[in-house]
Design a protein around this ligand. Structure first.
Ligand code: ADP
Length: 186
């Protein structure tokens, strides 16, 4: 049973590392980016709206994403815990998560903050080549990260939940740092 948030800039490896961490712990990954891409692919009303923001590197509105995550965390498979990837991304989202968990008598175990130099991140995203990974949106997403998401590092440090992880290294090295940080490694 773990409730963990993965925090970090686009391209830092939250997706890959999050999958591994969740599989090992037997809990689902809740990736807001994946959920939104699915909605876009299915052309749901949400997807049609979100696509515009995603393609320009902006965030979708807080109230929209907060509602989606609240519902998702109530599903049966998430009752034993979850790894959140891509949420929260703003202070209002973090506040909403805190109150949702509190209402249920729950709390986050840890916030794993992954970091890597910006030139490395940009390089990785351009290699990855997702439809929103053009050099223009990459720059925009890094800027949005700095302005809206990076303040969450201080937010969670103050709540004493923050564990800082160096996101440069081999997949195994980084996973091992993460496991140690949540006390799952001998
Ligand atoms: P990245 O790999 O750049 O971190 P994600 O796959 O997590 O990106 O998300 C892709 C896009 O989906 C974001 O650029 C943003 O437009 C939207 N998105 C994902 N999560 C959120 C969120 N929590 N709040 C607002 N928008 C989000």
């Amino acid at each position: 049973m773990i409730r963990v948030v993965l925090l970090g800039p686009p391209g830092v490896g939250k997706g890959t590392q999050g999958q591994r961490l969740a599989a090992g712990a037997g809990v689902p990954v809740i990736s807001t980016g994946e959920m939104l891409r699915e909605a876009v692919a299915k052309q749901t009303p949400l997807g049609i709206k979100a696509k515009v923001q995603m393609d320009s590197g902006h965030l979708v509105p807080d109230d929209v994403i907060i509602g989606i995550v609240r519902e998702r965390t109530l599903q049966a498979d998430a009752l034993r815990g979850f790894v959140l990837d891509g949420f929260p991304r703003t202070v209002p989202q973090a506040d909403a998560l805190e109150s949702t968990l509190q209402e249920r008598g729950l709390a986050l175990d840890a916030v794993l903050s992954l970091s890597a130099p910006e030139d490395e991140l940009a390089k990785r995203m351009l290699l990855r080549g997702r439809s929103d990974d053009t050099s223009e949106t990459v720059r925009k997403r890094l800027e949005v990260y700095r302005e809206q998401t990076a303040p969450l590092i201080e937010y969670y440090r103050r709540l004493d939940r923050l564990r800082e992880i160096n996101g440069v290294g081999s997949m195994d090295e980084i996973q091992s740092l993460m496991l140690t940080a949540i006390g799952r490694k001998a």
